[in-house]
Write a protein that binds this ligand. Structure first.
Ligand code: 5CA
Ligand code: ZN
Length: 409
């Protein structure tokens, strides 16, 4: 699949910082030390509805990761998937009497437009589940040959007990895992499973549903976790730097994915940090396609909201916090954008070197965007109050805000 165009990332004077970030698996901050090429896998959308602000907030967090690394002069190998075949997509297509392929293509196209408008840097590889099937089948076959997978009425399940490290991403107890598994795509109550938590690797073809040739697995379609593992191992290999997504993916998705990969390769861990963004709510409840309490990026854009203001609204919240979208959040962001644009549109201003370092320090410290915004606010306030004589400063501020946070002033 093709991704979307990259906005330019201006080079900044001085030195970037190594990223320190919260890792769900260890429960603490880790300072990542990627080689010259940092490797990150971020779970992509299931394209059955338009991009909402919760999605945008999560992708904003990982865009910051990429920008902090680029500022250290590293290359970034960023991979993202599109879950372009899965139950929720097929159910929505059925409900709306539309072709599931057309629905996935339409919503993926809209996602690309939203990401471009928000200046989110694209992944180097943007891979759909369907196109990944030829790589998924041999992995499931290998798991079965290794005794880590078993068949139940034609479906193939992964045995969580085959991974001695199972549980080390989310650290939940069995009861909590069981609850979340039922909520998030698992089937803990299906009779005949070895362990209720075992996730499906390959679902045998169901009447009226799309299916693909699975070699020795028979016709069917892939499970959700093996999709991301196949794409990540194919393009990044084991031991990559960051596995990213929203906090609702920590269990079961990232736990199961890590187990699949660890059993397949015999290596541990799959990723050096499992990074999870908080959930954005609307009217007191997590924004979710299934509940329908959504604010769409594309709707805001149609309403004439500047994408840079949407981006500032996201950046005003720490990525790990759960927060609520309100009209005030957007109003504050629009006002901040106006203040910043006025401040950088003058021919000179207060010196900006220290500000660039403050933004770098804040973002390298677990992506603390609110602290970075506060630093820019102080510079803009000083500009408004007494101005300055540094003719380079307004340009330096614009470039820093764009390079490090994707906000075009
Ligand atoms: N296709 C899978 C991942 S492989 C999936 O979870 N798709 S999704 O469309 O449901 O979500 C895409 C990303 O947005 C995930 O990282 C998810 O955790 C995140 N996300 C979904 N809802 C919210 C929300 N309300 N707030 C923050 N992030 C969210
Ligand atoms: Zn995923």
């Amino acid at each position: 699949m093709h991704a979307w165009p990259a906005s330019e990332v201006p080079a900044l004077p001085g030195q970037g910082r190594d990223l320190r970030i919260h890792d769900t698996a260890t429960g603490g901050l880790v300072t990542l030390d990627p080689g010259p090429v940092a490797r990150i896998y971020v779970c992509g959308i299931t394209p059955y509805d338009a991009t909402h602000l919760g999605h945008a907030a999560t992708y904003n967090a990982f865009d910051l990761v990429q920008r902090v690394w680029l500022d250290t002069k590293r290359q970034v190998h960023y991979v993202q998937n599109v879950t372009d075949v899965d139950d929720p997509l097929l159910e929505r297509a059925e409900r709306d009497s539309v072709d599931w392929v057309a629905l996935a293509e339409k919503e993926t196209a809209l996602f690309r437009e939203d990401m471009t408008a928000l200046r989110m840097l694209p992944p180097r590889h943007y891979i759909g589940a369907v196109e990944a099937i030829p790589g998924i089948v041999p992995l499931v076959e290998r798991l079965r040959e290794a005794g880590a997978a078993y068949e139940l009425e034609g479906d193939i399940y992964f045995s969580v007990e085959s991974d001695p490290h199972f549980g080390q991403v989310s650290h939940l107890d069995a009861a909590a895992m069981r609850l979340l598994s039922a909520e998030r795509g698992g089937d803990p109550n299906r009779p005949g499973k070895k362990n209720p938590l075992d996730p499906m690797l390959w679902m045998a073809a169901r009447p009226g549903e799309p299916s693909w040739d699975g070699g020795s697995l028979g016709r069917g379609r892939p499970g959700w976790h093996i999709e991301c593992v196949a794409i990540a191992l194919d393009h990044l290999g084991m031991g990559f730097d960051v596995q990213g997504g929203g906090s609702d993916l920590a269990f079961p998705h990232h736990e199961m994915g890590a187990s699949h990969a660890q059993v397949l390769t015999g290596e541990f861990p799959m990723a050096k940090a499992y990074v999870h963004a908080g959930m954005v709510a609307l009217h007191g409840e997590k924004m979710s396609k299934s509940k329908g309490n959504l604010v769409f990026v594309s709707q805001l854009r149609r309403d004439g909201v500047d994408p840079a203001a949407i981006r500032l609204a996201l950046l005003a919240h720490h990525y790990r916090a759960d927060w609520e979208w309100t009209d005030d959040v957007l109003r504050d962001a629009v006002a901040r954008l106006d203040r910043w644009r006025a401040a950088v549109s003058r021919p000179d201003g207060p010196p900006a070197e220290a500000l660039v370092e403050e933004i770098r320090d804040a973002l390298a410290d677990d992506l603390d965007a609110p602290t970075a915004l506060a630093a820019v606010d102080r510079w803009a306030a000083a500009q408004e109050e007494h101005g300055g004589t540094d003719t380079a400063a307004p340009g330096v501020v614009s470039r820093a805000v764009d390079a490090l946070m994707g906000v075009a002033l």
